[in-house]
Design a protein around this ligand. Structure first.
Ligand SMILES: [Zn+2]
Ligand SMILES: [Zn+2]
Length: 347
């Protein structure tokens, strides 16, 4: 690499992104990998930061945690990738010494910092990360799909939290990017009927385009009617809450088959009032699902390279790097009529 300076997009305060010319990364440590960033996805959490509503982010912050890039250089000890390879990386900075880390559950590290939120992300031309967080992308995965690996890994992890999927009927609440992806993952992993429930027609249409057969437009059809129509007497045995709202989780608790599992994936900004007597008397199991582990990234890459997941309908629009603010304004204006917005950095 010979460029001494690079562009960096820095959010100085909510609603303001400045472009700065900063020094490019210097000499690599033996375990480090240097990427030229190609694509960056914007997700719901980023949008909270843009609006100043993310509880655990302070400014200034360099965003960018869903990305793909080309390997430009590697440190002496790196074996996983070489210059010219496509790659992505996990944005999790973990302590390695808390109890969850020690037992391998670093996704729930007690001192977790996520790049783009509590540490700077990759919204710049070049980005350095250690080999252990790098994930190589096969050549048949585009840079656009490479930037989808992070949200896909959320789906991989969430689906792995479910004890048994084979033959189970599943309800997914929320048809945003994550709800859509999780629906695809539970389908690939052997679920029987999958019903996606949302109040936005556009998002439900995208779920259909991605191969999810059953949808419930909750603004037109009650949840009770929908589960009767789709499952009849079979009922449903798995529920995934990917909307972060009270009504869906109440519906899940009130209607799921006794002894079943409910996974919480949505971001709740306030407590939800569920009836604990159902949890008790129906022996419901309510589990959280937090981000992902490295193996979830590998599964996401595997499913992508085998064409098992369909991400094309999810990418609503691409913006040039220097139009970062425009991208957010577009997101604000489109609301639920768009899904993944991506930044094109160097492709
Ligand atoms: Zn994200
Ligand atoms: Zn830790």
């Amino acid at each position: 690499m010979n460029k001494e300076y690079m562009r960096q997009a820095i959010m100085t305060e909510p609603g303001r992104i400045e472009f700065r010319k900063v020094k490019s990364p210097g000499k690599l440590m033996p375990d480090e990998v240097l990427l030229e960033i190609k694509k960056i996805g914007i997700c719901g959490s980023d949008i909270h930061v843009w609006h100043g509503k993310h509880p655990f982010t302070s400014y200034p912050i360099v965003q960018g945690h869903e990305y793909s890039g080309e390997v430009i250089a590697v440190g002496n000890n790196v074996t996983k990738v070489k210059p010219g390879n496509k790659a992505t990386g996990r944005p999790q900075l973990v302590c390695g010494s808390c109890n969850p880390c020690k037992r391998g559950d670093y996704n729930v590290c007690e001192n977790l910092k996520v790049q783009g939120f509590q540490a700077n992300g990759c919204a710049q031309d070049y980005f350095v990360l250690p080999e252990d967080r790098v994930v190589k992308l096969p050549d048949n995965i585009s840079y656009q799909d490479g930037a989808m690996v992070e949200p896909l890994a959320v789906g991989a992890h969430c689906s792995s939290r479910i004890t048994e999927l084979k033959g189970k009927n599943v309800v997914v609440f929320g048809a945003g990017t994550i709800g859509n992806i999780v629906s695809q993952f539970v389908k690939i992993k052997g679920a029987s009927k999958i019903l996606v429930s949302d109040i936005h027609k556009f998002r439900l249409q995208k779920a259909k385009e991605c191969g999810i057969e059953y949808i419930n437009n909750a603004s037109e059809e009650s949840f009770e009617e929908a589960i009767k129509r789709v499952f009849g007497d079979e009922g449903f045995q798995v529920a995934i809450e990917a909307a972060g709202a009270e009504k869906p989780i109440v519906n899940a608790v009130n209607h799921i088959e006794n002894g079943s599992e409910i996974i919480i994936l949505g971001v709740f900004d306030k407590p939800a009032g569920i009836h604990m007597s159902f949890v008790c008397e129906h022996e419901l199991i309510i589990k959280g699902s937090m981000m992902y582990k490295h193996e979830d990234y590998l599964e996401a890459v595997d499913f992508l390279s085998r064409n098992l997941v369909n991400t094309k309908p999810l990418v609503s629009r691409m913006f040039d790097f220097e139009d970062y603010e425009k991208a957010y304004k577009y997101i604000d204006q489109k609301g639920s009529e768009s899904l993944k917005i991506m930044m094109d950095i160097n492709e």
